[in-house]
Design a protein around this ligand. Sequence first.
Ligand code: OOG
Ligand code: NI
Length: 458
Amino acid sequence: MPSTAHVSPDEIRKGFSKAMSDMYRDEVPLYGALMELVAETNTHVLDTQPHLAQQLQRTGEIQRLDMERHGAIRLGTAEELATISRLFAVMGMQPVGYYDLTPAGVPVHSTAFRAVHEQALQTSPFRVFTSLLRLELIENPDLRAFAETALAKRSIFTPGALALIEQAEKEGGLDAENADEFVRQALETFRWHHTATVTGAQYQQLSDQHRLIADVVAFKGPHINHLTPRTLDIDHVQAAMPDKGITPKAVIEGPPCRRCPILLRQTSFKALDEPIAFTDAQGSHSARFGEIEQRGVALTPKGRALYDQLLNAARDELGAFPNEGNATRYVELMERHFQAFPDDHAQMREQGLAYYRYFTTEQGLAARGSADQPRTLDALIAAGHIDVEPLVYEDFLPVSAAGIFQSNLGDAAQSHYAANSNQAEFEKALGRRTIDELKLYGETQQRSIDACTQALLA
Ligand code: OOG
Ligand code: NI
């Protein structure tokens, strides 16, 4: 009987992503409104842009579009990070990339847990931006000690989740019944708590140091703080949000609007204050917000260097953090500087700025083995035997993430930390190395080239 067979980690992730979305929709009604707006927008875009619809059909993204979302959590200790890494591994999610947010005044460093192979991403692209608080950046030694003690006392995983993680590790997977139970148990870690573990005064002290520190230290667990759907037209969603009673942040993070989207563009709205029972008094806390994103082609190291250079130039010229007052000028500056970034896939590919996926065409397969069949990749593309499609960016951007953090913490919360990126320390806490995302894009691209070569030339 196959009843004891293991459920694939990709299917567990798919089930978990759905369960998380249902929980968040129940708890945060605006999330439901946002999901509807994104679904309407995507339908409209697919109806009116047949070329884009065809491209997403070819890459398979069209099938994963409505399940595509990312969440974010903030952890307090090395042990929590190491265990969450094991929990995500049960769902086929691995830590990809390292993001240092301290230069932007946010006392965390982060990674993104996600599936790493294009086939696994196709089953479920769910990812979680996971940050670890850097307690060493709290200057006041008493407050630091208090935070450490509070965090040492909490246990963010249910005993059931811990047991199933161990079982999955020992037996190499979970059967259907245990997989369902794992999803239920794992979900508890991400749930919102209406009660805090500290007094109102202690919360205030933590919050005065940094609102993010209070958000991590004062609660029983790392509540999911947003769940972000993927849209095909972020400018449209940004413009339509106020009609739905949602106020977006002043600027869209990431590259400017282009014909050929690159990397990632994101916008968010501030969450309402939510009532919290402190151990001695009633109060409130705001942590949960909404965000939407539009994904474009992944950039090579050369493309990314150009992106960073143009973004920095635009921001330097603005001379301030983008905000309501300078938003129009910021958009103008971004558009002007990014004229130096070719807005054409053929050019980006020829100049080695972005990654692509290669697919055989009917015509290519029909011409297989014929005397005049082209023999090189470029010649096969020119002859229409191979189709080239952008390889979508699956990761995050540190400057954008900082902008999202800041807009939700309020600009007053900006602090200044000496930039001291510490990937080694993060990986020590994690208990493993983070994966270099560029290597993953290179591998996916190469696999698609190999498959074409195999199908047409072997
Ligand atoms: C994470 C903020 C970053 C993104 O999409 O870049 C982020 C957080 O607020 O915990 O979600
Ligand atoms: Ni996000």
